[in-house]
Write a protein that binds this ligand. Structure first.
Ligand code: MN
Length: 204
């Protein structure tokens, strides 16, 4: 599984002897998962990842997701990540691709609502190729429909837009990236994780 074609770019960018990030190998469960990792790197962003085709399809969202349908967010397509990355929290050493501190900001399962031109449901990997993904998230912080649209902002092929679908879960008054900053798996903030790992380094 490590030699999986889908993860070649991920593996090429990392020295797994140096970074604590996973090497891959986990296989899919019965319901596809999503994860949003808060990543305090050279610039803070949120990595939005959807399980599809045995990998995590990934986008970096500089301002993070919104619960307001009128507030669409730039989402920059990044390389597919291994499924076991969904549980990763920790500090990535400086000099490794990405670098910085990661927490699992939200996670859960999702339902695929992506459609082809005739309105039939297509799988997320195919929807990524077509340039329009729609999913129903069942997270702790985010719920309901989200669209990812390959809008090519500024003429850049990597640039997509993430926006909340205007459904019963939409709420323009919420602002979960500021009011709910902690990890849904450990309760820690990125600052907590960075401080804890710095302490470990001093002791060892
Ligand atoms: Mn990132």
């Amino acid at each position: 599984m490590v030699a999986d074609e889908g993860l070649r770019e991920y593996l090429d960018k990392r020295d797994l002897d140096v970074t604590p990030e996973p090497a891959g190998g986990e296989t899919s469960g019965s319901r596809p998962r999503f994860v949003i990792q808060k990543h305090d790197a050279s610039s803070l962003h949120y990595d939005f990842r959807l399980e599809a085709d045995g990998v995590l399809k990934s986008w970096a969202v500089p301002k993070g997701p919104s619960t307001d349908p009128d507030d669409q967010r730039l989402a920059i397509r990044t390389e597919d990540h291994p499924l076991d990355y969904a549980d990763f929290e920790g500090v990535i050493p400086e000099g490794q691709y990405g670098g910085g501190t990661v927490i699992v900001w939200d996670a859960g399962v999702y339902r695929d609502l992506s459609e082809d031109d005739d309105g039939a449901i297509i799988d997320v990997a195919e929807a990524v190729e077509k340039g329009h993904v729609r999913v129903w998230l069942q997270g702790e912080k985010l719920r309901g429909g989200y669209d990812l649209v390959h809008a090519r902002i500024g003429g850049n092929e990597k640039n997509w837009l993430l926006r909340k679908v205007d459904d019963g879960e939409a709420d323009a008054r919420r602002n979960p990236t500021s009011t709910q900053p902690a990890s849904v798996i450990s309760g820690r903030t990125v600052e907590d994780v960075r401080d804890e790992e710095a302490d470990d380094g001093t002791r060892s």
